[in-house]
Design a protein around this ligand. Structure first.
Ligand SMILES: O=c1[nH]c(=O)c2[nH]c(=O)[nH]c2[nH]1
Length: 286
């Protein structure tokens, strides 16, 4: 038996960058959390401690800040592409660079005043190899709720099943979605709100017989509306709302009073894809 080094990568995780762009009195804010992972011909450092191919992770962090000053940041996908290409192009031993960005939203309150929008996070994950580029955009934590137009019935029952069938319930979820772009030259600033609009519209207008059906409707709407998207992966927690039994107080409860459940929660996951697109070049997750 031989012990061998398997897949490996390294990089600087979670570099926090705030970039202010000043246009006279009016400022714009980008608030990014940048994670970089490089892979390639890096066996020597693991096997012998030879660091001749190991660009320090400290340098990666400095590159984030220097690029933010030199080029500005733009859309998260754009900044991630610039960084990933830089490492693959300038470090001959590096065959692939993965740059992930979480972009935190700030709502403008005035020319140089902002309020943090805590309701969702926009994400971008770019992989650049010597041959190919893959861009995956995403959103996490976008909470949606329909107070009706949701049913769940017709499921198998066994001796452990207690769930009552329902033709009217609350359907709520916190959308975690990642979508893979067909190209690396999309108008990122237009694509992101387009996808979010398609996701929310499908959630609102689907009369749901299951969260699974809603998931497929949301993914389909994105692929119908946005020609630049190859595939979308969704993870939808079912944020259960339980009807409170008010009968001890001789009160009816006609879907008006609920307990908002916390844990456990159903977790519905799925991919919606075009059947004629090239496969992903590297693994990615919702
Ligand atoms: O939309 C739903 N899908 C399920 O798979 C499920 N399971 C469950 O208990 N409630 C629900 N709701």
């Amino acid at each position: 038996m031989a012990i061998v080094l398997g897949e490996n990568r390294y990089g600087k995780a979670e570099t926090r960058l705030v970039r202010v762009t000043r246009d006279g009195e009016t400022h714009t804010l980008a608030d990014f959390n940048v994670s970089i992972a490089l892979s390639g011909d890096l066996a020597a450092t693991h096997l012998t401690g030879d660091n001749s191919g190991v660009l320090p992770t400290d340098t990666m962090k400095n590159t984030v800040y220097a690029f933010a000053k030199e080029h500005g940041v733009g859309e998260p996908e754009e900044f991630a592409l610039r960084l990933a290409r830089h490492f693959v192009e300038t470090q001959t031993q590096i065959r692939a660079a993965r740059v992930g960005i979480e972009s935190l939203a700030w709502q403008r309150l005035g020319p140089h005043s902002f309020k943090r929008q805590g309701d969702h996070t926009r994400t971008a994950e770019v992989t650049v190899t010597v041959e190919q580029t893959q861009v995956v955009s995403g959103i996490s934590g976008m909470v949606l709720l329909n107070s009706t137009n949701s049913e769940f019935h017709g499921y198998p029952r066994d001796k452990y099943t207690t769930l009552p069938e329902t033709t009217d319930r609350i359907l709520a979820t916190a959308v975690d979605a990642r979508w893979r772009h067909l190209h690396d030259t999309t108008d990122w600033g237009k694509s992101f709100p387009g996808v979010v609009d398609a996701l929310t519209r499908a959630f609102v207008y689907t009369h749901s017989l299951s969260l699974q059906q809603t998931l497929f409707a949301m993914g389909s709407q994105v692929l119908t509306d946005q020609a630049e998207i190859a595939e979308i992966r969704l993870a939808l927690p079912n944020k259960h709302h339980y009807l409170v039994d008010l009968s001890p107080f001789d009160l009816a409860n006609d879907n008006e009073v609920f307990i908002a459940g916390d844990r456990p929660y159903g977790l519905i996951e799925g991919t919606v894809t075009r059947d004629d697109v090239p496969p992903a070049i590297t693994e990615w997750y919702p």
